[in-house]
Design a protein around this ligand. Sequence first.
Ligand code: PLP
Length: 390
Amino acid sequence: MKKLSQAAQRLEGQRMFQILTLGRDLERQGREILHFELGDPDFGTPENITQAAIEALKGHQTHYAPSGGLRELKDAASEVTVRSRGFRPAPEQLLVCPGANVMIYYAASCLVDPGEEVIVPDPGFVSYFSILKFLGIKIVRVPLREENEFRLDPDDVEKAVTAKTRMIIMNSPSNPTGAVMTEDQVKRMFEIARRRDVYLLSDEIYARMIYEEAGTRHYSPSRFDQCRETTIVVNGFSKSYAMTGWRLGVVTGPEEVISKMGLVLETTTSCVSPFIQKAGIEALKGSQEQIFKMVEEFRKRRDALVDGLNTLPGVRCLKPKGAFYVFPNIKNTGYSSEEFAARMLTDAGVALAPGPIFGDHAEGYVRLCYTNSIETINKAIEKMRKVLSR
Ligand SMILES: Cc1ncc(COP(=O)(O)O)c(C=O)c1O
């Protein structure tokens, strides 16, 4: 075979998809596998959203659209930002993208040169690491600690900033831990980024998935600069609207940054399909009732999963305040994270993700997504108990 580029050799992809494939192989052999490995809501996309896409398809909205996105979708996103974050971004500050994942790639490729540094929470979303490695950017990892309920500590971030830092990534609520940062922590993150003159990429894809106990709310650093200088807000429809397969999101940032990110999109993808954008407009403007119902259901599932995990020998699990992940400590089971995940897949038929795929500071943990019914959650707990009690 002819040689591959060095960048291609550094690519890691998303290991959860590879675990899904292993699970599907076992299913083909007749095994029952309970799936907790992939962050994909099990709810259908709300009917009104699907209907909007069908109407757009029938109305022949099947051609190119403006590369930066339909104005109507940008206006709807602006309106939501007024309500959720307290400011109205200009249309030039918004870019409609095929999902949130590419936004991270567009931002890093436009703002950071190879050899320069980006600060990343560890454990963190797998794509951060794969994208930055692909681009030859140095990853500076800031460990998230269980004793801090896995919240990113601004003091740790401050210590990690150097003359070569170009961007800081934060993600609240977090994948893989479900941790939600406090108002004070978010404010301090913004202050650090502004003082050190670096971009702050705030991945807010789980912002609507917050379980508002004890005053928990989602805070965005964007409200301090209105995404005019420092903050870039990554957001998408995948998780909160159960639209993972539609590939749609809107990123907000400083005009000059968005303009360059838009050129990357225009160069590589041309535009997001207009009928998909029409569905997005309906998602933002239509009734939000189903979304609230989904969040309420996720809360019940979280409680069932966390309570169940805490009854398993050697397992200890915090109750996260957001997203749909739990990140239990499995150190006292005697298994490494990889062993635990492999054993649960083959012996219990429960597919989950080993912590270390999310970074270098996650040995002794595993991630489970509660995108499953309570019945399936209870069944998985009992299957895992059998394996751990042997
Ligand atoms: C933290 C985080 N950011 C971004 C994404 C990407 O989402 P999308 O489906 O919009 O590309 C995910 C998906 O798992 C995620 O967990």
